[in-house]
Design a protein around this ligand. Sequence first.
Ligand code: XUL
Ligand code: CO
Length: 435
Amino acid sequence: MSQFPEITKVQYEGPDSKNPFAFKHYNADEVVEGKTMSEHLRFGAAYWHVMRNGLADPFGGPTALMPWDDGSDSVDNALKRADVFFEFLDKTGIDFWCFHDRDVAPELGDLAKSNAALEKVAEHLGQLQQQHGKKLLWGTACLFTHPRYAHGAGTSPNADVFAYAGAQIKAAIDATHQLGGLGYTFWGGREGYGSLINTNMKRELDHLAALLHMAVDYKKKIGFEGQFYIEPKPQEPTTHQYDSDAAACLNFLQAYDLMDHFKLNIETNHATLAGHTMQHELTVAIDAGALGSIDANQGDTLIGWDTDQFPTDIYGTTQVMLKVLEMGGFTTGGLNFDAKRRRESHEPIDLIHAHVGGMDAFARGLKIAAAIRADGRLADFVKTRYASWDSGIGAKVESGGVTLEDLTAHALSAGEPTLDSGRQEMLENIINEFI
Ligand code: XUL
Ligand code: CO
């Protein structure tokens, strides 16, 4: 029985369409800069938001209607949910998906039972993937919901909890591998602290690195070729999370000799919480050769928490797509909608509206970004702004070997530098020409 009977499959109808169930901009097979839109955008749906998010908030319980869900923690219920999820992927035309172990299968009385449940559900998910022609973008382990992880998982002061987390990661990597996952994400929901009064930060970080090295070893051992990602977030749930932003993650990876094995999964709302723009976070990751994937959403600048809204801001999606195109596109990664409906949008069909809007916003961002690149004025301006580094003293500094004495000799002969305008407003106007 269909759970989204209002629609068959969302189709592209073009910008003039008034059909709420049609794409106005996302035309999967349309070619932009030599690739189709679906190849560029690689949309993913988050199992935890689509199937498991009841839309509760700190002041009130769940509102989401899920007529397919009997509310039990049974494997049977988990199997039925999976069927609905793949109907949803078909109808929206989303090619990829992401999951936590505990989204897809229940946590049962003990680890062995939970592992068995995950294996059973993963088998069914594998069949559904085949039938529906969908791919797993990444899997992950939920190491933050259960009370045992209250003090952390890989950074818990309790070694037994650390071991439990390792066991859960092993099983989640197994499931991801079995499902042909293109990646595996580590988001350290509880990897941080509430207060330094009771925290040994150095030991906690050493332990986290040890756990990640074990994951790298295990991945090699079983022949899992998916990309490992770390997802930065500065706070919430903990006061300070160790993977606070892209730069902190890169520093951690470098300090513990993990750079070769990880890329970053950057989320827009997490950038906002870190006090950075998404553009900043993407640039930091790309410049280190480490942008792997994106959790596509947006925050509310009027609320200081992780609201995980669907991306609708065209300016924002344009900035993201400018960066993705500049990088040469995704390889293993994609745009995973780590986004939830508002608590008031409680009907199943709102899931469709939300994703259609996010897909269209990114399709527009892609087209606008491609037009800005074809125009070339922005890139030319930046190139010219740095022209003094292409010859003379600038080129010598870049190729190395220049001393402070050399700089002094140059400054003495060149005299007071003349500065060109940064023309920020003119460049902002150019972007608006295309939006
Ligand atoms: C939490 C968050 C997670 C990760 C996966 O803010 O973004 O859903 O993406 O654990
Ligand atoms: Co996320």
